[in-house]
Design a protein around this ligand. Structure first.
Ligand code: OSB
Ligand code: MG
Length: 371
């Protein structure tokens, strides 16, 4: 593997606080603000950006923004090779266990710098075959069904081509039935439980079968791979895994166990875009559909996700929504839906940069780590 390196002078850690346009409620909690850790890798030729998707609290997974900053400054950044190429970062960070979201952010920032220096787009580097990607929307748990129906109607007016409803015990059959009744059987619809059920709920979850859902995402606990296989055999809605899949090895295990027939690929969760591509390749070889998940990213993370979602195996619409679904003002030029799709950036690297004045407005702290 040729891995021509670039010299890294240092890495800036930047914490930003981004108010969400509306609270986002899942089975694990309610977010009103996104606490983002951004990385800027500086080289003599180019700068590279990476967004860490770890949230404020360790509720979606064990990682959290402050912990990611700590492992980056203490272990990951010091482990960088002196002249890393696009594949060398992954290898250098491998001995350090876990912390995939922190690693993903660093790998992406170095990759972005490298691609900008060589004038190649991330989409081209990854092997994208499309110039635009279908936009789905993830709709949080609401206080009432009428409130949910209004929210879904608004998103459909904006052009979203697929709707995902967050569910939990006590908010599942009723909202799904109401959305089906109001918007009809043709609407591409799926649900995401964020690990809120157990296998004992299989008979209850089987009652979702009649609604013709595209899939049910992560119904059971993160480490319940065998139980997911049992559930998948007991219901007709296809099971998709999110939290359970942290690597291509996990994806291979899940596929051979029959624990899922669809995979949500989130680059942060799996340690970066290279591992995300490995999972894509593996799933494609096995005829398993994949789609690109989201973590309420700013335009920086979104740009890279949209590039990934343009690979040929991404046959289902992703949680790749427009900027305004999350933020009144994004830190990059906003991603906007056109006919239900987002355009894949074509510029070098991730193809977008933060607008300095907007970035400064939301910055809470910066830290420079020289190399
Ligand atoms: O489980 O997919 C999830 C957001 C934060 C954490 C976990 C999840 C989500 C979403 C939103 O569903 C996806 C998005 O629009 O970015
Ligand atoms: Mg999910």
């Amino acid at each position: 593997m040729t891995d021509t390196g670039i010299k890294i002078t240092g890495v800036e850690l930047r914490r930003i606080a981004m108010p969400l346009v509306a609270p986002f409620r899942t089975s694990f909690g309610t977010e009103t603000r996104r606490d983002v850790l951004l990385l800027r890798v500086v080289t003599p030729d180019a700068e590279g950006w990476g967004e860490c998707v770890a949230m404020t609290q360790p509720l979606y997974s064990s990682e959290y923004a402050e912990g990611a900053a700590d492992v980056l400054r203490r272990f990951l950044i010091p482990a960088l090779p002196s002249h890393p190429g696009p594949y060398a970062v992954n290898e250098a960070l491998r001995p350090i266990k876990g912390h995939r979201m922190a690693k993903a952010a660093l790998e992406t920032a170095v990759l972005d710098a490298h691609l900008r220096a060589t004038g190649q787009s991330l989409a081209g580097f990854l092997g994208a075959t499309r110039s635009r990607v279908a936009a789905g929307v993830s709709v949080g748990i609401m206080n009432s069904v009428p409130e949910l129906l209004d929210a879904v109607a608004g998103y459909l007016d904006e052009g979203y081509v697929r709707v995902k409803l967050k569910i939990q015990p006590g908010w599942d059959l009723e909202p799904v039935r109401a959305v089906r009744e109001r918007f009809g059987p043709e609407l591409p619809l799926q649900v995401d439980a964020n690990a809120a059920y157990t296998l004992a709920d299989a008979p209850h979850l089987a009652r979702l079968d009649e609604f013709g859902l595209l899939l049910i995402e992560q119904p059971l606990a993160d480490d319940d791979m065998v139980q997911h296989a049992r559930l998948a055999a007991a219901i007709s809605t296809p099971v998709c895994l999110d939290e359970s899949i942290e690597s291509a090895e996990h994806a291979a295990a899940a596929i051979s166990l029959g624990a899922c027939s669809v995979v949500n690929i989130k680059p942060g969760r799996v340690g970066g875009y290279l591992e995300a591509r490995r999972i894509h390749d593996l799933c494609r070889a096995h005829g398993v559909a994949v789609w690109c998940g989201g973590m309420l990213e700013t335009g920086i993370g979104r740009a890279a996700n949209v590039a990934l979602a343009a690979l040929p195996g991404f046959t289902l619409p992703g949680d790749t929504s427009g900027s305004r679904r999350y933020y009144r003002t994004d830190i990059t030029p906003p991603f906007e839906l056109e006919d239900g799709h987002l355009t894949v950036p074509t510029g070098p690297g991730i193809g977008v940069e933060p607008i300095p004045s907007l970035l400064d407005e939301v910055t809470v702290a910066t830290e420079w780590i020289p190399l």
